[in-house]
Design a protein around this ligand. Structure first.
Ligand code: CU
Length: 568
């Protein structure tokens, strides 16, 4: 009798689970995505709802599965939008700049128009690398900058106003609608790539219009391939409009650049430096960026605090190249080394064109190398519908969404001239550098990174449909008045024995100075992909990994470390 009851109980229980799953599926399909923009997949939603897969993080913005934005305030949701009426004085850096600055764009007498794609019959502009662009091409860029500089400052197409666009979106001048206490900051978020693409799109079209050359395309600074690993000569010519005195005088050509630069010059030979740069690129573009959130950066919804977490390429080499180009003798490394002034250097645009090219390259890699199970874009409407305002070549104010910026072909431009020299540049491992785990001191978080800290982090059991195992460095607090860099080593307690740029150096965290952050502290997170790394280190079967955080520059506190599985 007892058995029968148990069986019917069991049947009833199964029925309940089935009914619950059906209900969950129906709800996921019916309830508008806006109520839970992360739940874009029915199967993942059911897993999350039923708790059958507790270690699967379906979306890093999901509050119940929060993975480390620490004490950040959760937003009300919805896409980030721009309102020029909410533009005021920017927050100056802690070291006052040489001259006071303002960076709000001129107000438009008419309402912004919605973006429309250029005519598909328009000629395709081909952006070419500056190191091999023809003299004629570089002469056109020079002339375009000169023409922009000659426009009155009140003209939104002038070089002055174009430089200010970066400042407005990155230095606390623009605020979030309804939340004036929150700056609109596109760095260290999933908006980093699409915002800069739109910025360059209009800059390029303004240049083309002023030149009277509809086919004009920006040159790009291909610092990721050996031939491009120097400042292009045209930018070092003192007589050129492309010259800027506020650059590091030690980094003029033919000096080979260091993609991990932070203040200190190293003494590698050119060959060693180039090799190390290629390893950096491979990590940031291939092994560490196998999911959209790892490459683009973390979700940023309306009402969220700024800077939830940057993607791989933004941290390095984007930030490091800003620091490499700026003049280190200026307190904020102006011009390139700080957000408010970076756009004032004509090399900013070719630098960001290379970032934009890497976005295209990443999408290509994701779709070909990593197979089709990985989406190259977020499907969250809060990403797709986030919008920015720019003036176009006719000085009309245009509202552009992220959705508009996903296909360079539709925007009628492409990249030519260089390949992906780093695609197979897999960095070497340094066997025997992990010491003895038994010697580990206990660490209680949060911890100030005054010296290297090593922690053993256990690996949760993987879910069945694992995609990427990710180390989350959470609750990062950095001194926003300073540049900060720390390195993350995996299974390398004796990290100083790791070959420079070697595989055990799993991630590099870099910030520029962050003006106006609350109480001088910037709060963010960092993520390091582990699948490929553990395979390379032969540690896939281990129950834990040792993580060593090594401070390089600036004050930083770490809230904690944990490993999660992420599927996107
Ligand atoms: Cu930048």
């Amino acid at each position: 009798m007892k058995k029968v009851v148990a069986r019917s109980d069991c049947a009833l229980h199964s029925l309940r689970i089935l009914a619950f799953c059906a209900l969950a599926a129906a709800l996921t399909a019916i309830v508008p995505r806006a109520t839970n923009p992360c739940a874009y997949s029915i199967s993942r939603s059911i897993l999350a709802v039923t708790g059958l897969d507790p270690f699967l993080i379906t979306c890093s913005s999901d509050a119940s599965l929060s993975d480390g934005a620490g004490d950040k305030k959760a937003g009300s949701g919805g896409p980030i939008v721009t309102d020029l009426h909410l533009c005021g004085d920017p927050d100056p850096p802690d070291h006052p700049p040489p001259a006071p600055f303002h960076c709000c764009p001129p107000m438009s007498s008419s309402e912004p128009v919605n973006f429309t794609f250029p005519d598909p019959a328009e000629p395709l502009r081909t952006r070419r690398p500056a190191h091999e662009a023809s003299a004629d091409h570089m002469a056109k860029y020079k002339r375009a900058v000169a023409l922009m500089k000659a426009l009155p400052r009140s003209d939104p197409r002038s070089f002055y106003q174009q430089a200010n666009v970066h400042c407005a979106y990155c230095s606390g001048a623009l605020r979030q609608p309804g939340r004036p206490e929150l700056p609109l900051q596109i760095h260290f978020t999933w908006l980093f790539f699409p915002f800069h693409r739109a910025y360059l799109y209009f800059f390029e079209r303004i240049a083309a219009k002023l030149l009277g050359d509809p086919g004009f395309a920006l040159p790009f600074w291909s610092w990721d391939v050996p031939e491009g690993m120097r400042i292009p000569d045209e930018f070092a010519d003192r007589a050129s409009p492309l010259y800027n005195a506020r650059r590091n005088p030690r980094h003029l050509p033919p000096k080979v650049l260091d993609l991990e630069f932070m203040e200190v010059e190293n003494n590698y030979t050119d060959e060693q430096q180039i090799q190390r740069n290629l390893w950096v690129m491979h990590k940031q573009m291939v092994t560490n960026a196998r999911l959209p959130s790892l490459f683009y950066g973390q979700p940023y919804h309306a009402g969220d605090s700024a800077m939830p977490g940057a993607g791989t390429v933004e941290l390095c080499p984007h930030n490091t190249m800003h620091l490499w180009a700026g003049d280190i003798s200026n307190p904020n490394v102006e011009d390139m080394g700080v957000y408010y002034s970076a756009g004032r250097d004509p090399i900013f645009y070719p630098h960001h064109a290379n970032i934009d090219r890497l976005w295209d390259a990443w999408r290509h890699i994701i779709r070909t190398t990593h197979g089709n199970q990985t989406q190259a874009d977020f499907t969250d409407p809060d990403w797709l519908d986030a919008s920015f305002l720019f003036y176009d070549e006719e000085a009309r104010l245009v509202r552009v969404t992220v959705r508009d910026m996903l296909d360079a072909d539709k925007l009628r431009y492409t990249y030519g001239g260089v390949g992906m020299a780093w695609l197979n540049a897999r960095p070497p491992t340094s066997p025997g550098v992990n010491g003895k785990r038994s010697r580990l001191k206990s660490v209680s978080f949060p911890v100030s990174l005054d010296e290297a800290v090593t922690v053993e982090v256990s690996r949760p059991a993987p879910p069945r449909n694992r995609q990427e195992e990710v180390l989350v460095v959470e609750g990062i607090e950095v001194d926003s008045a300073d540049f900060v860099k720390f390195e993350v080593y995996v299974n390398a307690m004796e990290y100083h024995k790791v070959q420079p740029g070697g595989r055990e150096l799993a991630g590099t965290f870099v910030t520029l100075k962050q003006p106006g952050e609350e109480a001088g502290t910037m709060r963010t997170t960092m993520r390091v992909a582990l699948n490929q790394l553990l395979e390379d280190l032969g540690a896939e079967g281990d129950h834990s990994v040792t993580v060593t955080l090594v401070p390089v520059r600036g004050k930083v506190r770490i809230g904690g470390l944990r490993i999660v599985y992420v599927a996107e």
